[in-house]
Design a protein around this ligand. Structure first.
Ligand SMILES: Cc1ncc(COP(=O)(O)O)c(C=O)c1O
Length: 349
Protein backbone atom coordinates (compact mmCIF):
# COMPACT_ATOMS: atom_id res chain seq x y z
CA UNK A 1 0.00 0.00 0.00
CA UNK A 2 1.17 3.55 -0.62
CA UNK A 3 0.92 6.32 2.00
CA UNK A 4 -1.84 7.84 -0.16
CA UNK A 5 -3.85 4.60 -0.23
CA UNK A 6 -3.55 4.21 3.54
CA UNK A 7 -4.56 7.82 4.28
CA UNK A 8 -7.64 7.37 2.06
CA UNK A 9 -9.08 5.02 4.72
CA UNK A 10 -9.55 7.89 7.18
CA UNK A 11 -11.25 11.21 6.29
CA UNK A 12 -9.09 14.16 7.42
CA UNK A 13 -5.99 11.99 7.97
CA UNK A 14 -3.93 13.65 5.22
CA UNK A 15 -4.33 17.08 6.80
CA UNK A 16 -3.66 15.68 10.28
CA UNK A 17 -0.46 14.05 8.98
CA UNK A 18 0.76 17.36 7.54
CA UNK A 19 0.30 19.00 10.95
CA UNK A 20 1.70 16.14 13.03
CA UNK A 21 4.59 16.94 15.36
CA UNK A 22 8.12 15.69 14.50
CA UNK A 23 9.66 15.63 17.96
CA UNK A 24 10.59 12.51 19.93
CA UNK A 25 7.64 10.30 20.79
CA UNK A 26 7.35 8.35 24.05
CA UNK A 27 9.73 5.43 24.63
CA UNK A 28 6.83 3.00 25.08
CA UNK A 29 5.14 4.44 21.99
CA UNK A 30 2.53 7.06 21.17
CA UNK A 31 -0.27 6.56 23.77
CA UNK A 32 -2.98 6.64 21.05
CA UNK A 33 -1.14 3.92 19.15
CA UNK A 34 -0.72 1.82 22.30
CA UNK A 35 -4.46 2.21 22.90
CA UNK A 36 -5.31 1.09 19.33
CA UNK A 37 -3.01 -1.92 19.72
CA UNK A 38 -4.47 -2.84 23.12
CA UNK A 39 -7.94 -2.99 21.53
CA UNK A 40 -6.81 -5.95 19.39
CA UNK A 41 -6.56 -7.99 22.62
CA UNK A 42 -9.33 -9.01 25.00
CA UNK A 43 -7.50 -8.24 28.25
CA UNK A 44 -4.81 -5.63 27.57
CA UNK A 45 -4.60 -1.94 28.50
CA UNK A 46 -2.25 0.44 26.75
CA UNK A 47 0.14 0.04 29.71
CA UNK A 48 0.66 -3.60 28.64
CA UNK A 49 1.97 -2.56 25.22
CA UNK A 50 5.44 -1.39 24.19
CA UNK A 51 5.87 -0.18 20.61
CA UNK A 52 9.13 -1.11 18.88
CA UNK A 53 10.87 -0.89 15.51
CA UNK A 54 9.31 -3.76 13.57
CA UNK A 55 9.20 -7.24 15.08
CA UNK A 56 12.92 -7.86 14.96
CA UNK A 57 13.86 -5.28 17.63
CA UNK A 58 11.50 -6.71 20.30
CA UNK A 59 12.65 -10.29 19.58
CA UNK A 60 16.26 -9.23 20.11
CA UNK A 61 15.50 -7.06 23.15
CA UNK A 62 13.22 -9.58 24.86
CA UNK A 63 15.67 -12.47 24.51
CA UNK A 64 18.52 -10.31 25.80
CA UNK A 65 16.73 -9.00 28.89
CA UNK A 66 15.01 -12.29 29.73
CA UNK A 67 17.49 -15.10 29.06
CA UNK A 68 20.77 -16.09 30.70
CA UNK A 69 23.25 -18.59 29.33
CA UNK A 70 22.27 -21.32 31.81
CA UNK A 71 18.63 -21.28 30.60
CA UNK A 72 17.07 -23.91 28.38
CA UNK A 73 14.81 -22.72 25.56
CA UNK A 74 12.41 -24.74 23.40
CA UNK A 75 11.66 -23.32 19.97
CA UNK A 76 9.07 -24.40 17.46
CA UNK A 77 10.86 -25.45 14.27
CA UNK A 78 11.19 -24.66 11.37
CA UNK A 79 10.77 -21.01 12.21
CA UNK A 80 11.97 -17.46 11.61
CA UNK A 81 15.66 -17.71 12.47
CA UNK A 82 16.02 -15.12 15.23
CA UNK A 83 13.41 -16.86 17.40
CA UNK A 84 16.07 -19.43 18.30
CA UNK A 85 19.38 -17.89 17.15
CA UNK A 86 19.30 -14.96 19.60
CA UNK A 87 18.92 -17.49 22.44
CA UNK A 88 21.78 -19.51 20.92
CA UNK A 89 23.99 -16.41 20.79
CA UNK A 90 23.34 -15.74 24.49
CA UNK A 91 24.67 -19.26 25.15
CA UNK A 92 21.35 -20.96 26.02
CA UNK A 93 20.74 -24.60 25.19
CA UNK A 94 18.02 -24.62 22.52
CA UNK A 95 15.81 -27.64 21.78
CA UNK A 96 13.84 -27.67 18.56
CA UNK A 97 10.20 -28.72 18.73
CA UNK A 98 9.40 -29.91 15.21
CA UNK A 99 6.36 -29.17 13.16
CA UNK A 100 5.83 -32.41 11.24
CA UNK A 101 4.71 -33.38 7.80
CA UNK A 102 1.46 -35.33 7.93
CA UNK A 103 -0.85 -36.79 5.29
CA UNK A 104 -2.91 -33.61 5.35
CA UNK A 105 -0.29 -30.95 5.88
CA UNK A 106 1.67 -29.87 8.94
CA UNK A 107 0.94 -30.88 12.56
CA UNK A 108 2.59 -30.75 16.01
CA UNK A 109 2.67 -33.14 18.96
CA UNK A 110 1.98 -31.41 22.30
CA UNK A 111 3.11 -34.49 24.31
CA UNK A 112 6.49 -34.19 22.64
CA UNK A 113 6.65 -30.52 23.70
CA UNK A 114 5.93 -31.41 27.33
CA UNK A 115 8.55 -34.18 27.25
CA UNK A 116 11.17 -31.59 26.16
CA UNK A 117 10.64 -29.42 29.27
CA UNK A 118 13.56 -29.67 31.73
CA UNK A 119 14.09 -28.19 35.22
CA UNK A 120 16.00 -25.23 33.69
CA UNK A 121 13.58 -24.61 30.81
CA UNK A 122 12.76 -20.91 31.00
CA UNK A 123 11.06 -20.22 27.69
CA UNK A 124 9.00 -21.78 24.93
CA UNK A 125 9.16 -19.82 21.65
CA UNK A 126 6.26 -20.15 19.26
CA UNK A 127 5.39 -18.60 15.93
CA UNK A 128 1.66 -18.75 15.35
CA UNK A 129 0.75 -18.67 12.43
CA UNK A 130 4.09 -20.17 11.53
CA UNK A 131 6.67 -18.91 9.06
CA UNK A 132 7.41 -20.94 6.86
CA UNK A 133 4.80 -23.72 7.12
CA UNK A 134 1.52 -21.75 7.32
CA UNK A 135 0.61 -23.98 10.29
CA UNK A 136 -1.59 -22.52 13.05
CA UNK A 137 -2.67 -23.92 16.43
CA UNK A 138 -6.34 -24.32 17.27
CA UNK A 139 -7.70 -22.37 20.23
CA UNK A 140 -7.72 -25.62 22.27
CA UNK A 141 -4.05 -26.21 21.48
CA UNK A 142 -3.18 -22.63 22.50
CA UNK A 143 -4.96 -23.17 25.82
CA UNK A 144 -3.32 -26.57 26.30
CA UNK A 145 0.16 -25.08 25.76
CA UNK A 146 -0.68 -22.25 28.21
CA UNK A 147 -1.82 -24.82 30.80
CA UNK A 148 1.34 -26.89 30.28
CA UNK A 149 3.57 -23.81 30.63
CA UNK A 150 1.71 -22.74 33.79
CA UNK A 151 2.14 -26.22 35.30
CA UNK A 152 5.91 -26.18 34.65
CA UNK A 153 6.36 -22.46 35.40
CA UNK A 154 7.79 -21.76 31.93
CA UNK A 155 7.30 -18.49 30.01
CA UNK A 156 6.03 -18.37 26.44
CA UNK A 157 7.12 -15.91 23.73
CA UNK A 158 4.60 -16.11 20.89
CA UNK A 159 5.45 -14.40 17.62
CA UNK A 160 2.00 -13.64 16.19
CA UNK A 161 3.05 -11.38 13.32
CA UNK A 162 0.85 -13.24 10.81
CA UNK A 163 -2.21 -13.22 13.07
CA UNK A 164 -5.36 -11.96 11.35
CA UNK A 165 -4.81 -14.04 8.21
CA UNK A 166 -6.66 -17.21 9.28
CA UNK A 167 -7.87 -18.93 6.12
CA UNK A 168 -10.42 -21.01 8.05
CA UNK A 169 -11.85 -17.68 9.37
CA UNK A 170 -11.63 -18.97 12.95
CA UNK A 171 -10.23 -16.29 15.26
CA UNK A 172 -7.81 -17.62 17.87
CA UNK A 173 -6.89 -15.68 21.03
CA UNK A 174 -3.57 -13.85 21.30
CA UNK A 175 -1.25 -15.81 23.57
CA UNK A 176 -0.88 -12.91 26.03
CA UNK A 177 -4.67 -13.02 26.58
CA UNK A 178 -4.60 -16.64 27.75
CA UNK A 179 -1.37 -16.85 29.74
CA UNK A 180 -0.08 -14.31 32.24
CA UNK A 181 3.58 -15.36 31.84
CA UNK A 182 3.71 -14.82 28.12
CA UNK A 183 4.63 -12.16 25.59
CA UNK A 184 2.72 -11.67 22.33
CA UNK A 185 4.60 -10.17 19.40
CA UNK A 186 2.69 -8.16 16.78
CA UNK A 187 3.70 -5.97 13.85
CA UNK A 188 2.38 -3.86 10.98
CA UNK A 189 4.73 -5.64 8.53
CA UNK A 190 3.04 -8.97 7.91
CA UNK A 191 -0.74 -9.40 8.17
CA UNK A 192 -1.22 -5.68 7.42
CA UNK A 193 1.42 -5.67 4.65
CA UNK A 194 2.92 -2.37 5.92
CA UNK A 195 6.53 -3.40 6.54
CA UNK A 196 7.93 0.02 5.60
CA UNK A 197 6.33 1.54 8.69
CA UNK A 198 8.72 -0.48 10.87
CA UNK A 199 6.19 -0.51 13.72
CA UNK A 200 5.89 -3.59 15.92
CA UNK A 201 4.97 -4.20 19.54
CA UNK A 202 4.93 -6.58 22.45
CA UNK A 203 1.96 -7.18 24.74
CA UNK A 204 2.34 -8.76 28.17
CA UNK A 205 0.86 -8.68 31.65
CA UNK A 206 4.27 -9.31 33.20
CA UNK A 207 5.40 -6.02 34.77
CA UNK A 208 9.00 -7.04 35.23
CA UNK A 209 9.35 -7.84 31.52
CA UNK A 210 7.71 -4.51 30.60
CA UNK A 211 10.13 -2.61 32.83
CA UNK A 212 13.22 -4.41 31.52
CA UNK A 213 12.17 -4.02 27.89
CA UNK A 214 11.59 -0.28 28.31
CA UNK A 215 15.11 0.07 29.73
CA UNK A 216 16.56 -2.00 26.89
CA UNK A 217 14.75 0.09 24.28
CA UNK A 218 16.64 3.18 25.51
CA UNK A 219 19.77 1.46 24.16
CA UNK A 220 18.38 0.22 20.83
CA UNK A 221 16.05 2.86 19.35
CA UNK A 222 14.70 5.15 22.14
CA UNK A 223 11.42 5.60 20.28
CA UNK A 224 9.80 4.92 16.94
CA UNK A 225 9.28 7.36 14.05
CA UNK A 226 6.42 9.70 14.93
CA UNK A 227 5.19 9.63 11.31
CA UNK A 228 5.16 5.83 11.25
CA UNK A 229 3.26 5.82 14.55
CA UNK A 230 0.69 8.22 13.10
CA UNK A 231 0.21 6.04 10.00
CA UNK A 232 -0.04 2.89 12.15
CA UNK A 233 -2.88 4.47 14.15
CA UNK A 234 -4.73 5.11 10.88
CA UNK A 235 -4.15 1.50 9.77
CA UNK A 236 -5.26 -0.01 13.08
CA UNK A 237 -8.45 2.07 13.11
CA UNK A 238 -9.23 0.21 9.87
CA UNK A 239 -7.74 -3.08 10.93
CA UNK A 240 -10.59 -5.35 9.77
CA UNK A 241 -10.86 -3.69 6.35
CA UNK A 242 -7.11 -4.04 5.71
CA UNK A 243 -6.91 -7.62 6.99
CA UNK A 244 -9.96 -8.68 4.96
CA UNK A 245 -8.50 -7.11 1.82
CA UNK A 246 -5.19 -8.94 2.33
CA UNK A 247 -6.95 -12.21 3.16
CA UNK A 248 -9.06 -11.95 -0.01
CA UNK A 249 -5.88 -11.60 -2.09
CA UNK A 250 -4.31 -14.68 -0.46
CA UNK A 251 -7.52 -16.69 -0.98
CA UNK A 252 -7.60 -15.73 -4.66
CA UNK A 253 -3.94 -16.68 -5.11
CA UNK A 254 -4.42 -19.97 -3.26
CA UNK A 255 -7.21 -20.98 -5.62
CA UNK A 256 -4.78 -20.46 -8.50
CA UNK A 257 -2.16 -22.47 -6.58
CA UNK A 258 -4.69 -25.28 -5.95
CA UNK A 259 -5.11 -25.78 -9.70
CA UNK A 260 -1.34 -25.69 -10.26
CA UNK A 261 -0.54 -28.27 -7.57
CA UNK A 262 -3.40 -30.44 -8.74
CA UNK A 263 -1.89 -30.47 -12.23
CA UNK A 264 1.57 -31.43 -10.90
CA UNK A 265 0.41 -33.69 -8.09
CA UNK A 266 3.19 -36.27 -8.51
CA UNK A 267 5.90 -33.59 -8.47
CA UNK A 268 4.88 -31.86 -5.21
CA UNK A 269 3.49 -32.48 -1.74
CA UNK A 270 1.19 -29.45 -1.47
CA UNK A 271 0.81 -28.27 2.12
CA UNK A 272 -1.96 -25.69 1.67
CA UNK A 273 -1.43 -23.10 4.46
CA UNK A 274 -4.07 -22.80 7.18
CA UNK A 275 -3.10 -19.21 7.93
CA UNK A 276 -0.79 -16.52 6.61
CA UNK A 277 0.57 -15.65 3.17
CA UNK A 278 3.15 -18.45 2.82
CA UNK A 279 3.24 -22.23 2.35
CA UNK A 280 6.04 -24.80 2.66
CA UNK A 281 5.81 -27.55 0.07
CA UNK A 282 7.86 -30.61 -0.80
CA UNK A 283 9.26 -31.24 -4.25
CA UNK A 284 9.75 -34.83 -5.37
CA UNK A 285 12.96 -34.40 -7.33
CA UNK A 286 16.47 -35.84 -7.02
CA UNK A 287 18.20 -32.49 -7.66
CA UNK A 288 18.93 -30.82 -4.27
CA UNK A 289 16.21 -28.21 -3.61
CA UNK A 290 18.79 -25.44 -3.01
CA UNK A 291 20.30 -26.07 -6.47
CA UNK A 292 16.82 -26.14 -8.01
CA UNK A 293 15.72 -22.77 -6.59
CA UNK A 294 19.05 -21.18 -7.65
CA UNK A 295 18.52 -22.48 -11.19
CA UNK A 296 14.91 -21.28 -11.13
CA UNK A 297 15.76 -17.70 -10.18
CA UNK A 298 18.72 -17.55 -12.59
CA UNK A 299 16.93 -19.03 -15.59
CA UNK A 300 13.27 -18.02 -15.07
CA UNK A 301 13.45 -15.06 -12.68
CA UNK A 302 11.15 -16.77 -10.14
CA UNK A 303 12.24 -16.74 -6.50
CA UNK A 304 11.35 -19.47 -4.01
CA UNK A 305 13.03 -20.06 -0.63
CA UNK A 306 14.68 -23.46 -0.22
CA UNK A 307 14.39 -25.28 3.13
CA UNK A 308 18.15 -25.00 3.75
CA UNK A 309 17.56 -21.24 4.36
CA UNK A 310 15.61 -22.48 7.41
CA UNK A 311 18.23 -25.13 8.31
CA UNK A 312 15.40 -27.63 7.74
CA UNK A 313 16.08 -31.05 6.23
CA UNK A 314 14.15 -32.29 3.23
CA UNK A 315 13.25 -31.10 -0.24
CA UNK A 316 10.98 -28.25 0.87
CA UNK A 317 10.55 -24.73 -0.49
CA UNK A 318 8.56 -21.70 0.65
CA UNK A 319 6.09 -20.09 -1.71
CA UNK A 320 4.38 -16.73 -1.08
CA UNK A 321 0.70 -15.93 -1.78
CA UNK A 322 0.58 -12.31 -0.64
CA UNK A 323 1.38 -10.52 -3.88
CA UNK A 324 -0.90 -9.14 -6.56
CA UNK A 325 1.26 -10.52 -9.38
CA UNK A 326 1.18 -14.13 -8.06
CA UNK A 327 -0.66 -15.57 -11.07
CA UNK A 328 1.83 -14.29 -13.63
CA UNK A 329 4.79 -15.42 -11.51
CA UNK A 330 3.29 -18.89 -11.15
CA UNK A 331 2.81 -19.01 -14.92
CA UNK A 332 6.58 -18.38 -15.36
CA UNK A 333 7.28 -21.15 -12.85
CA UNK A 334 4.96 -23.55 -14.69
CA UNK A 335 6.48 -22.82 -18.12
CA UNK A 336 9.95 -23.37 -16.72
CA UNK A 337 8.90 -26.62 -15.05
CA UNK A 338 7.41 -27.93 -18.30
CA UNK A 339 10.69 -27.18 -20.08
CA UNK A 340 12.71 -29.03 -17.43
CA UNK A 341 10.30 -31.97 -17.44
CA UNK A 342 10.62 -32.25 -21.21
CA UNK A 343 14.42 -32.24 -20.89
CA UNK A 344 14.11 -34.80 -18.09
CA UNK A 345 16.75 -33.07 -15.90
CA UNK A 346 14.88 -33.01 -12.58
CA UNK A 347 15.18 -36.69 -11.71
CA UNK A 348 11.52 -36.87 -10.74
CA UNK A 349 11.04 -39.53 -8.01
C1 LIG B 1 7.82 -14.77 11.93
C2 LIG B 1 8.51 -13.46 11.81
N1 LIG B 1 8.77 -12.75 12.91
C3 LIG B 1 9.40 -11.56 12.86
C4 LIG B 1 9.82 -11.03 11.67
C5 LIG B 1 10.51 -9.68 11.63
O1 LIG B 1 9.58 -8.71 11.23
P1 LIG B 1 9.99 -7.21 10.90
O2 LIG B 1 10.52 -7.19 9.52
O3 LIG B 1 8.74 -6.42 11.03
O4 LIG B 1 11.01 -6.78 11.91
C6 LIG B 1 9.58 -11.74 10.48
C7 LIG B 1 10.05 -11.20 9.17
O5 LIG B 1 10.14 -11.89 8.18
C8 LIG B 1 8.90 -12.98 10.55
O6 LIG B 1 8.65 -13.70 9.46
Amino acid sequence: MTVKELLAFEPGATDDLLHSWLGYTEVAGNPDLRYQISKLYSSMDKENIIVHIGAQEPIFNFMNVFLNKEDHVISQFPVYQSLYEVANSIGCEVTKWNIKQGENGWFTDLHELEAQIKPNTKLICLNNPNNPTGFIFTEDEIKEIAEMARKHNVYVFCDEVYKGLELDKIKRPWFADVYEKSVSLGVMSKAYGLAGLRIGWIATKDEEILEKMIKMKHYTSICSSSTAEFLSIVALKHSDEILNKNLALIEKNLEIADAFFNKFSSLFVYNRPTAGPIGFHKMNIKMPIGAFVDKLVDEAGVLLLASDIYAFDGQYFRMGYGRAEFEINLKHFEEYLLTLLKLDVLGNI
